[in-house]
Ligand binder design. Structure first.
Ligand code: FMN
Length: 173
């Protein structure tokens, strides 16, 4: 089979790009904080580890986000890596802002970082830098505390977001 060369000057319309980006599997995190007595947050699949020294991670937030202007006011943000049983939780975290945290077991630090008690890993962080990037803002976060469970084989695997749907990792053979 001959693979055709990549054509130049393509119309990179958002639908085409969304489908192409969706081929790349990611995990999903909950980003959350308490600000003015209310919890703000959302689900984000754009989470990436960035640097060990200093400890930095990032995620990208849509420039149109209605939540980010309030969430970014928090002195600390909580990040929770979602587990493979969190599919419905993930949809909830991306849905009606008034109900995103309904029924979830959460812990908040004194400085406002909010994490899911059953997150696979939990991070306490503050905003290091925000970089405008097209229709998103890349948010670099400085880590202050980390918690993750042992390598117990009974621990759940991560929620995997792929082609607009949720999957899980295959059992190791
Ligand atoms: C699996 C999944 C991953 C998502 N990842 C991101 C993301 O990385 N960045 C982002 O801005 N929104 C992401 N969203 C959408 C947000 O969770 C949320 O729905 C969106 O920000 C709209 O709400 P808002 O206006 O309150 O911010 C994702 C949604 C889902 C279901």
């Amino acid at each position: 089979m001959t693979i055709p060369p990549l054509t130049t000057n393509q119309d990179l319309d958002p639908r085409l790009l969304r489908a192409a980006f969706g081929v790349f599997p990611t995990g999903v995190v909950a980003v959350a904080a308490r600000v003015d007595g209310r919890i703000w947050g959302l689900a984000a699949s754009s989470f990436t580890s960035v640097s060990l020294d200093p400890p930095l991670v990032s995620f990208s937030i849509a420039a149109t986000s209605k939540t980010w202007p309030d969430l970014r006011r928090a002195s600390r943000l909580g990040l929770s890596v979602l587990a493979d049983h969190h599919g419905a939780v993930c949809r909830q975290l991306a849905g009606d802002p008034e109900k995103r945290f309904d029924g979830l077991a959460l812990t908040a630090t004194a400085e406002g970082a909010v994490t899911l008690d059953d997150g696979l890993a939990r991070f306490d962080c503050s905003i290091h830098r925000e970089v405008e990037a097209g229709d998103h803002v890349i948010v670099l976060l400085r880590l202050h505390a980390v918690d993750h469970p042992s390598d117990d084989p009974d621990t759940s695997g991560p929620l995997v977001f792929h082609r607009s749907g949720f999957s899980r990792l295959a059992e190791p053979s």
